[in-house]
Structure formats: structure tokens, C-alpha cells
Design a protein around this ligand. Sequence first.
Ligand code: ADP
Ligand code: MG
Length: 701
Amino acid sequence: MGSRDSFSPQADSIPVTELKGVGAKMAERLGRLDISTVQDLLFHLPIRYQNRTRMVALGELQPGMVVSVQGEVQHTEIKFGRRRMLLSMISDGTGHLVLRFFHFGTAHKGTLASGASVRCFGEVREGVNSLEMIHPEFHLLEQKNKNTSPAEQYLTPVYRVSEGVYQPALRLLVEQARNYLRKGALIDWLPEQVRQQFDLLPLDKALACIHKPPADASLELLDERRHPAQRRLAFEELLAHHLSLRKLRSAMQHHSAPVLKDTGLLTGQFLAQLPFSITSAQQRVWNEIQQDLRCAFPMQRLVQGDVGSGKTIVAVLAALQAVEAGFQAAIMAPTELLAEQHFTNFRHWLAPLGIEVDWLSGQLKAAEKKAMLAALSGGQAHLAVGTHALFQEQVMFHRLGLVVIDEQHRFGVHQRLALREKGSSDGSYPHQLIMTATPIPRTLAMTAYADLDVSVIDELPPGRTPVSTIALPDSRREQVIERVGAACREGRQAYWVCTLIEESEALAAQAAEDSAALLRETLPNLSVGLVHGRMKPQQRAPVMKAFKAGEIDLLVATTVIEVGVDVPNASLMIIENPERLGLAQLHQLRGRVGRGSRESSCVLMYHGSLSEAAHQRLAVLRESGDGFVIARKDLELRGPGDVLGTRQTGMLQFRVADLQQDQDLLPEVANAALLLLEQYPQQVTPLIERWIGERSQYGGV
Ligand code: ADP
Ligand code: MG
């Protein structure tokens, strides 16, 4: 166990061309399914199964059944109707059935000659005069064993196929690959002890069973992917991911980082000039960061804090520690709007302390940009704020000590890891602080962020009032507009948010422009502003500034304002078409209000009539203001890809495992990882390679 003991070749080094029936052409087709070795074939798992283990008498057939049947061909004919088709009638003495084919060759009719015994599998339908199967899978039985040939002994796997590689061929190939299992061609990297402790099947048994489940295996369990054989593989895959992130983390700990010795001078001045004192949660998280920054290896810390919990202050404190120690800090935000806001705030707070804050955006004029770049590389600028423009090649830092990534969920894991490289020199890396308002349930965080230390700001600043939330159909738009008008006349400020139709910033911008026009017309006494993602930062900035200053009553916006935007006097938010967004995203949006001491409200104005499920989702928001509760529900209702914002980024894409469904495995996976690292360290790398391969490098760290 665990070592390449026998001399049998290993499945990952046996090309598929070794198998019978695989020539160059077939190998190329298999390549399109990402199958090039016997191991790939073994891990090409069925997507579902068919039960052909029981033969049903023709007399017992009912429409809708998906079954195996057998009978003798009575007659076969080609019919010329609107479509040419081949019809074959079979019977078994208890009843009969018509087989109907629209695609057939000339030989087909002869094959299904009268008297032939045929076995078919397919779905039974109500035909014109009798029950029928359309395009059943079928094969002929030899006359001599037509009465003895047994039904299938195993459930039949159905695989993902591609052009030129169909089910029967694939099944035969997998069958051959299974034979290699018996020869020990696939080492089980999970030691006996681990398997026993976590109640896992041996790998070869699990794979053998998944490809060929015995007739008595539960089809229901298999289809829901809860069969022990499938769970064994899901466990192993999650374990491999978990271990790869852990390895990444320990690899970082072997790198060096600047020791950021703090004098407390700048941070003290900064805190003294704030109009409030920091919460004990902010203080605790800052202490944790302070400790990390004093270490000679790079900090990799994730700060989670609900919207409005005051993460920015913590980022400033960390940045000041870097500056005190004679280094620079870079703060990266996911949108221009948020970067601008940080820039404005930072400059406001830090200029009095004699700190120069630099600003890098994709939209800077060439001359401005040149000056900014020079200030960064020359070391005159202490702090750089910007979007991912910060990490373009031309950007050189003088002495970068800390990188802060705000609203991390908007970036992919690849970007996050690639950023570690930026600012590294001679094996020394900047410290990294990652901030997110997406509260990830603990078990999920263990897997998604196994490479990070996690701090939680679990307290909101005092004096916040909960946002009361209601859902209304947009047939009541007029009333809602009236209400907005009344609120603004009382001196309140409001957001009117037009949500994105997936991916289409252009359409959303259009919707926002239309809404703004309508609102200006209906509420002529109000000052209505507009911001959306298609405006240039130079166009948006004055609008945001005016809204912050209270000169604009009503701000119409797309979801560009979702992250970070902070205007405490705004206390009313209307969200159009909330049903288009996930709960976590709605919670983020709603977090723009309820920042001052005034009673705040949020109106979810949905379109048309909502499905039961959509009602339930919106109800979660009405009932809870706690980001963690909402995230958990969101996870239940939508799945982790959405919660983590990783749909497009390719992070956490599993072959077998499903974070949603296999959540309950995660704590055990974490324990198994520890056991493996401690007692079987030599198994770790091959395990990661099997499941992740080169991808384990993610950003190439
Ligand atoms: P988020 O965690 O969502 O990024 P911010 O950092 O934008 O939150 O903070 C939200 C608002 O709360 C800001 O106006 C900020 O100045 C204010 N704030 C932060 N910390 C405190 C505190 N300890 N007491 C009072 N207000 C605070
Ligand atoms: Mg923020």
C-alpha cells in the first residue's frame, strides 16, 4: 500500500492506445473527452445509470417505463409516410411492442428479420395502435441461447460521450480499463488507517463499483451521487484540493517577507483623528494582523466582515504599519467606483499625517499615469489605491510591504494567487490582506480558503438600525415612487438600483437611464443623479461626490454600487428586479443603507409574479439582516459557485465532488488532511497530482 510496490505499470502512464480497439483516430476522439490514459478512462465517471437487470414481459408494459424487453420479430417493414421509417413488431406471447426507427440503414431491415430474437432497452410510449419504443438500443440473441441468455447482471453506466465515441464503445473501453484495476495499476493513496477512520471504500473497489454497480445497488443513491463508492471519490477529490491549498500555504511560509516593525506613531495619530473609536472586533482583528506583519514570512490573512462592519479602517491600520516600517502598501478594489472612494477616504484621512496616496486607474491620462508610476517606483508615494490596474507590468514599487485586496470575492483565486508574485523579489513576498463581505460558512471556508488564516469582524459599529425590508410587485411602482418622493422631501437620501441582466452591463445601463428619466419626470422637485458602469470615472466621481454631500436626493444606479459605497445619510433603497440576483449580492446592496442612525428601509420591487422559490428567497432577506445566516441560505438555495462568486473564475471546479451536496464531508476532509500531512506526508503529492495535476499550481506559486 502506498508505494509503487509491484512492477505493474501505473494507469496514469498507460496510454489509451494500449487498449484493444483504440487506434490513432479513436485516441484523438477520446482526447476530446480529456481521456488520454487508462487512468483518465477510470475517472471518466458515469453521469447516470440504466437498470437493465430485469426483463419485463411485453404484456406488463406501461407507457413511461424505461425497461429491457425481449421478443421475437413478427414482421419488419419500411413505411413511407411524411417521414420514411422502419417499423418492427416483436412479441413474446404475453403481448407485443412496436420498435420505430427514423434513422436506419439498408441492412437494418434484414437484421430485424421475422423470427429473429431481439433484446431492447428504451422508453415505452403510447403508439397509434400499440405500445412502442422509438430508437431503442437493441441487439440480437443467438437462437440457441435466446431462452437462457440472462438479463444484465449490473446496472448499465451512461457516460458523457462525444462525436465518434458512443456508449457501447465507451463501456467496452472502461471494461478493459477496469481489468487494470485488478492488476494493481491504480495505487490507493489513502492509507488503510485513513480509510478505516473515515469509513471509506478502497479506491479500486469504489471505481469498479461506480462503473459497474451490482444489480442490487440503489439506483436512487447512485443518481443522487450518495452511494458509498461515489462518496469515496468525492472525499478523495475534496481532500486533494484541501491539501493543495495547504501546501500552498506552507510553501508561502517558507518564503520571506519584510518584517514590518510598527512604532504606533501613525496608527495612533490616525485613530485619534477618527470621529469614533473602533469596535472591539476591529481591535481584535487589527491585533491579529499586527502580529502577522511583524513576522518574517508573508501574512496571508482573510478578513471577513459583514457589510458595514468597518473593514476599511482595519485596512488603513495595516497599511500604516507598513508605512511606519518604511514600506509601501497597495490597496486593490474590484471596481473603479470603489477604488475612487477608497482613494478619496484615504487621502482625507492620511494627508494630515503627511502620507502620500497614489491613485492608479485604467482611465488615467498618460501624463498623470506617468507621474503616479514614477512616485511609486521612486518611493515618494507611500500608498497606492486602484483597481487591478495596480498590477499591470509597468507598475513598479519601490518597497512594497503589504497588498490589501478588498472585496476579494470579486476576484478569482487565480488572480489572488498571482498577486502574490507581484511585488516579490529575491524570494521575498509582500504580506497579503484579503477582505471580503461574503460571509462564508465555516466548513466551506475551510476548503475554499485552506491556504489562508481567517479573521472575522463579527460586530457592527454601534448605533446602526436594522434595515426593514419589504417585497412588492412592480405594479405598485407609482406608490413606490411617491414614497421615495416623500422620504426625500424629509431630507432623506435614496438609491434606486437597476439590476443587471446577466452579463449585460449595456442593458442595465440603459435600464438605469430610463429609470432616471422617469423619476426625474415624476419627481421634478428632486435632484436625481445617475451612475452606471458605462460611465467614465471622471463622469461618475462628481455624481458620487454630490450624493455624498447631500446635493443629490436620489441616486439611480446599476449594481456598480454594490460593493463598498458608503453614504451614511442614505436610508432608503429600491431594488428593481431583485429576483435576478443572489441573496448574498442583495444583502451587499442593501448594506448601502442602514449606515447612519436613521431608520432605513429597502424595497425589493419584483417583476411580474414570483415563483414559490423566489418568494422564499426574498423572504430570507426580509427576515434576516445577518450576512452569515443569509449566506447559509443562499448556499442551500443556489450552491457554492454563486456564493463564492466563482462561477466564471474556474476556482473549485470539481470532477466528482459537489461542495453543496458534499458539505457534510468537509470537516472530515480537513481532519483527514491533517492525518495525512502528519503521518503519511509522502502520499500527499501524488494525491494532489492525481486530481489536480498542473492545476495545483493555480497562480503558479
Ligand atoms: P465595510 O466593512 O462594508 O467595508 P466600511 O469600512 O465601509 O464597511 O465602514 C462602513 C462605515 O462605518 C463607514 O462610514 C465607516 O467610517 C464607519 N465605521 C467604521 N468603523 C466604525 C466604528 N468603529 N464606529 C463607527 N463607525 C464606523
Ligand atoms: Mg468595504
